[in-house]
Ligand binder design. Structure first.
Ligand SMILES: O=C(O)CCC(=O)C(=O)O
Ligand SMILES: [Fe+2]
Length: 301
């Protein structure tokens, strides 16, 4: 249980095995002001002007590999209920979290509650706890989800359906923008599975020395992230880190390496990381839309 940061971190100084080497530390860049340069795309305008929405998505995908979507059709209530559920999950008692943790350790389930997949082999750990489980196809996935908090399956089940639908809509728009036949990206193999990843970054005694998540590109097709109202996501653009401004009820969308590869580098998968802060816990939830493991990737355009 000493692997779950939330269990022991309160009122502690930063342990040495959470201090990153100088080249990986955020240092003074932990506090870059939130940027409004990452495009915000209003999906309700797709109805009247599909071509314009497609252009905006493609432009953002080429320039930043990131954009935010608003008026996307997922209700504010469902989003708020889910954020509360994710916070409740990570806020459970040490005892309840210990039972989730050891269920995974016994390898009897298809989900994972931990700080990292490779905790035992990494020298320095990230300042986060994380729950991961498949969330598409729903029926096959849900029966293996944690049973605590009690309404987790019901609430997160509805959310997974809606967000995976939104993912298909965005993939269809990208598909059209790339001149691919309809359904190319949304076909059952390329977007045939999805993984829910719920991050929790407890308040950190020294955010300049550590990270919630190291810089990385997502290896999937596309990611749809709910980042709540606490800033922490940073994107690497033109040699600098820029913070993605939290917008209420928006989703942050970023392109994974699969899209960069099949679009022959027309679209970009861009490095990003999560920084921590000393005052507030931050919770974020990503849905990674992922090809099934037997997909064969090829240049599509
Ligand atoms: O917590 C965040 O904002 C970033 C999450 C992320 O990049 C990921 O889970 O791949
Ligand atoms: Fe990511």
């Amino acid at each position: 249980m000493d692997k779950l940061v939330s269990i022991w971190s309160k009122d502690q100084s930063l342990p040495e095995n959470y201090i990153f080497p100088p080249e990986n530390r955020p240092g003074k860049f932990v506090d870059v002001p939130p940027s409004d340069t990452i495009p915000v795309i209003d999906l309700s305008k797709t109805v009247d002007n599909r071509t314009d929405t497609i252009q905006q998505i493609l432009q953002a995908s080429k320039e930043f590999g990131f954009f935010q979507v608003i008026n996307h059709g997922v209700s504010e209530k469902l989003i708020n209920d889910n954020m509360s559920m994710f916070e409740e999950l990570h806020g459970m008692s040490a005892e309840d979290k210990a039972s989730l943790f050891s269920e995974y350790e016994s390898k009897s389930c298809s989900w994972l509650f931990s700080s990292a997949l490779i905790y035992d082999s990494e020298e320095i750990h990230c300042w986060r706890d994380n729950l991961k489980h498949p969330c598409y196809p729903l029926q096959e996935s849900m029966q293996h989800w944690p049973q605590k908090p009690t309404r987790y399956r019901e609430v997160v089940g509805k959310y997974s359906v809606e967000v995976n639908k939104l993912g298909s809509v965005i993939l269809e728009l990208i598909c059209e923008g790339l001149g691919l036949e309809s359904g190319y990206l949304g076909d059952y193999k390329l977007s045939g599975s999805a993984l829910m990843s719920v991050n929790h970054y407890p308040p950190c005694p020294d955010p300049s020395l550590t990270l919630g998540l190291l810089k990385h590109c997502d290896p999937n097709l596309i990611t749809i992230l709910l980042q709540g109202d606490v800033s922490g996501l940073q994107v690497f653009k033109d040699g600098q880190w820029i913070a993605v401004h939290p917008l209420p009820s928006a989703f942050v969308v970023n392109l994974g390496l699969v899209l960069q590869i099949i679009s022959n580098d027309k679209l970009r998968s861009v490095e990003h990381r999560a920084v921590t802060n000393s005052k507030k816990a931050r919770t974020s939830a990503a849905i990674f839309i992922t090809p099934t493991s037997d997909s064969i990737l090829e240049l599509a355009c």
